[in-house]
Design a protein around this ligand. Sequence first.
Ligand SMILES: NC(=O)c1ccc[n+]([C@@H]2O[C@H](COP(=O)([O-])OP(=O)(O)OC[C@H]3O[C@@H](n4cnc5c(N)ncnc54)[C@H](OP(=O)(O)O)[C@@H]3O)[C@@H](O)[C@H]2O)c1
Length: 240
Amino acid sequence: MDGGGLAILRAQGLEVEEGVLGEACARFHAPFFKLIHTGLPWVSLKLALGSDGALGPEGRTTPITPPEVQRLGHALRRASEAIVVGRHTAEVDDPQLTDRWPAPTAPHRTFHRVVMDNAGQVPPGARVWQPVAGQPALRAITGDPGPLRGVEDLRLPPGSRGCSLRHLLHELAARGVGRVLVEGGGTLVRAFLDQGLGDEFHRFLGDAPAGGTPLDLPFPRNWQVRAQARWPGGYWEVWR
Ligand SMILES: NC(=O)c1ccc[n+]([C@@H]2O[C@H](COP(=O)([O-])OP(=O)(O)OC[C@H]3O[C@@H](n4cnc5c(N)ncnc54)[C@H](OP(=O)(O)O)[C@@H]3O)[C@@H](O)[C@H]2O)c1
């Protein structure tokens, strides 16, 4: 990146052409370049919305994604070293947040499962707190809610709402995380976008309405749809 490698090749008499497929390579390596330049991991945001742009009625789990698209979501987990959700999602959906598809994760890999739970409200019996080998559960907190057995607390300074997201990302980078997947809910995804901390957004738009309040998310002005695919039941889009 500082041209040292090019200098070595040239010093050995090799002809070197720079910038070949430069744009495609920059896109492919964007997460690595971001980590090197900023110390922050790449942040992929993901939500499934109904045709009305909503997530479903508040306080309820509304299934929007068909199984094929759920597998796409699992592929995104496999490509990340950490997953993050807001505490309402942990309470309402009670997910495990594990990396488990198409096969159990490799034994050498660490996949961090993070819940933004500033005041420690997600109950001890929640599925996300169940121990999983190689997939530590982390509770991001701002206060002192008391320990939770088997769960590591990530004590963060307060941010504009709840825990500071920038500090969260630095903490994860320090643990070797280069890519983070934020899987909802709407409040947490909005907070990442509001603070300019999202790098891309994976959005599934279902064919049927979900109900509830439509989400009007503050995408950066220069973001466009970079990829789109039709799946049974709706569209998958990648905004960046
Ligand atoms: N369709 C989908 O793709 C999808 C995905 C996930 C969830 N969901 C649905 O979404 C709903 C939950 O979403 P939600 O918007 O109500 O809540 P959420 O985003 O899951 O959680 C928000 C909460 O996280 C905590 N938090 C801590 N630090 C934060 C920060 N820096 N910024 C923002 N929040 C922070 C706050 O808890 P305190 O209130 O304690 O401060 C906040 O109220 C559920 O119904 C779930 O089924 C849908």
